[in-house]
Write a protein that binds this ligand. Sequence first.
Ligand code: ZN
Ligand code: ZN
Length: 282
Amino acid sequence: MAVPQASLLFSILAMIAIVGLRYLAVSGAFAWLTRLRRPGLYAGLDRQIKREILWSLLSAFIYGAPAGLVAWGWQAHGWTRIYSDPNAWPLWWLPVSVLVYLILHDTWFYWTHRWMHRPALFRLAHAVHHASRPPTAWAAMSFHWLEAVTGAAIIPALVFVVPIHFGALLAVLGVMTFMGVANHLGWEIFPAWLVEGAAGRWLITASHHHRHHERYGCNYGLYFRTWDRLCGTDLGLGSFDGGSGRRLAAVAGGGIGGAAERELAGAEEPARPGASLPHPQR
Ligand SMILES: [Zn+2]
Ligand SMILES: [Zn+2]
């Protein structure tokens, strides 16, 4: 075998280190960019950021361990359908496989995320992520360990089912990392023509996910607005001015069939009065 066989433990520890350092590097870079582009945006959030970093580093263990196991199995035993020869599958499959992975990951995320908003699970686990009010660049992996388990399972499972070139898999992980951080910045990194244009009606950026952190019972998707629009949980784009998002409400359009704000705000999470957690409509 061309690549020396790494021990299982080494592979797991290495992957945990890679995920943790990747998080610190990318979130750190975006936090630095935020200081340049939006000075003072994270002022007064030191305690929240500390919490976000601690939960994220715990998540790095949970994301890294199965990835290390699968990487070891791939190298040592030929597990998985990851391939190294670009010609092993038609070349068109390289970009298409990236898209397929993103669509499947988005689908998994949408439904598990909605599940996480069931009151009991929200209180038990997902409240950790929503304690970021407003989220920062450090919140990308700020999940309770239970939720991190659901997130960590999907890509290591997919590589056993859907063939993908190693480079295409790196591209998927790159998009996952970039969007995870960019969507929590608290400001929009993409240009208005994209966010508010035709592509923005289907792609998720910070403006879309920010509204999830403002309103909770809507905008559950990860990369694409498709499931939100199909299921009527799309409340359009949030705003970063601290207001109610009216500026962009016109862009919202609701889901397919025009599902609108009136039906959705607060759906599927413990929005009842007296709930022990801080909740929507702050
Ligand atoms: Zn979030
Ligand atoms: Zn949520």
